[in-house]
Design a binder for this molecule. Structure first.
Ligand code: FAD
Length: 424
């Protein structure tokens, strides 16, 4: 490398990519390391899982986003540790990469609250692989139901349970509701849409916790109108390959999807600095970690409080704003200027429930229904990376809106084999 400062960025998600883009013209060397070769637009992952979009619509190679630039290196590899004092990171392959400045943006993962064996029966939705696995389970289940003449025997295959009533669980339950109560049902002959059952299970007293009461109530009503049964105050006590259990009762189904708690990346513990209950690292106002002004943590991995002392939510706009702030700060630092203090600008929150149905809270202005859904669609198209993806997603959505048809319904044998193994 040259005599220029070397900035290493771990993670090519919303946070990491924003830092790298801001630094595009800066006089620095940059290495961005990710265990995947692509940036993933996670907010639309549930649409891949429910056969509305293809993986290529929402994932873009990191190299393609950042393009060619002197001193820029993209490394495919999993970072396993950070040495703060010697200033290098270690990769699973054994490679070591030294840095002048380090940005950690490794995101979060699902938290099974100590029941890690549930993961194989109730996958979470975090990667393209997860989405394809869930999609295949749903499609295979409908195929199995089609083969069974006895309604009692096919009931579990026509039952879907989503655990966790946050935005992802709501979106997922709504999308399955659309498939199972309308879109794909005309393709099957043995069973009717009245036989399909979709449950959204939440341990807390309401879904969309953190949203205003009126919007979470509206979301619950909308889901129920779509045929989704919402069970609140219902913590899960056990999960196996064919059943999810609660303190009172159980539901028989192999179709269980986990959208409950999240925990920050396990990589963060190698920083040996204070972490909150979910593993997020406490950061200073400039997003550096205490005692190390050259190491920064951003996005879902960082615990940063707002002016009222509440931790910022794990949302894409937080990661993007922190990434942009840090890119500018690092440029300032290299030009011997002040770094500044990070402030989050909250532009509002939205969750979609289904076709023409969403809820939104934009700076205290609360609304739901068609207008909220249009706004949700415009914002998501706008933030997708790449014109080609925006165009393709727009065309797909128009097609679904007018035809009620789902696009990508292929079953490959990749996950069916896993499923047989899991069930054995
Ligand atoms: C299903 C789902 C739906 C969501 N919906 C919304 C929504 O509607 N609106 C919203 O604002 N937010 C939503 N979010 C949250 C949003 O996606 C996150 O807040 C955002 O992605 C955080 O950005 P980040 O850069 O911190 O992490 P991420 O975007 O998760 O990126 C982390 C990157 O780090 C890489 N990585 C992790 N560990 C390592 C390692 N050890 N070595 C190398 N690379 C590593 C990963 O491969 C990944 O590319 C959703 C999240 C999920 C999972």
């Amino acid at each position: 490398m040259s005599g220029r400062k070397h900035i290493v960025i771990i993670g090519g998600g919303f946070g990491g990519i924003s830092v790298a883009k801001k630094l595009k013209k800066a006089d620095v060397d940059i290495t961005i390391i990710d265990k995947n070769n692509h940036h993933l637009f996670q907010p639309l992952l549930y649409q891949v899982a429910t056969a509305a979009l293809s993986p290529g619509d929402i994932a873009v190679p990191i190299r393609a986003i950042l393009g060619k630039r002197k001193g820029l290196k993209v490394l495919l590899g999993k970072v396993t540790g950070v040495d703060k004092n010697e200033k290098f990171v270690s990769l699973e392959s054994g490679q070591k990469v030294s840095f002048d400045y380090l940005v950690l943006a490794p995101g979060a993962q699902y938290n099974y609250f100590g029941n890690d064996d549930w993961k194989r029966y109730a996958p979470g939705l975090k990667s393209v692989g997860d989405a394809l696995q869930i999609r295949e389970r749903i499609l295979l289940s409908l195929e199995k139901a089609e083969q069974l003449e006895d309604p009692k025997l096919r009931e579990p295959y026509l039952t879907f349970v989503v655990i966790g009533g946050g935005p992802t669980g709501v979106e997922m339950a709504g999308a399955i509701g659309e498939i199972a109560k309308r879109n794909m049902m005309r393709d099957y002959n043995t069973f009717s849409k009245n036989e399909t059952r979709i449950f959204l299970v939440e341990a807390a007293p309401k879904i969309l916790n953190g949203y205003p009461d009126s919007l979470s109530e509206r979301a619950r009503e909308t889901l129920e109108e779509m045929g989704v049964r919402v069970l609140v105050n219902t913590p899960v006590t056990d999960i196996n390959h064919q059943q999810v259990s609660f303190s009172e009762g159980a539901i028989d189904t192999p179709n269980i999807i986990w959208a409950a708690g999240v925990a920050a990346s396990p990589l963060l513990s190698s920083l040996e600095t204070e972490q909150d209950r979910t593993g997020r690292v406490f950061v200073n106002d400039d997003l550096s970690i205490p005692g190390h002004s050259d190491i920064f943590v951003i996005g879902d991995a960082a615990h940063k409080e707002d002016e009222n002392g509440n931790p910022l939510p794990a949302l894409a706009p937080v990661a993007i704003q922190q990434g942009e702030f840090l890119g500018t700060s690092l440029q300032n630092e290299i030009n011997k200027k002040e770094r500044g203090t990070f402030y989050y600008v909250d532009k509002g929150t939205m969750a979609t429930i289904g076709r023409a149905k969403a809820v939104a809270d934009i700076r205290g202005f609360k609304f739901s229904g068609f207008f909220a859904w249009i706004l949700w669609s415009v914002v998501h198209i706008f933030f997708l990376i790449g014109f080609r993806n925006r165009f393709r997603v727009f065309v797909e959505w128009m097609w679904h809106y007018f035809t009620f048809k789902r696009g990508v319904r292929l079953i490959t044998d990749r996950f069916s084999k896993n499923e047989e193994r899991d069930n054995s």
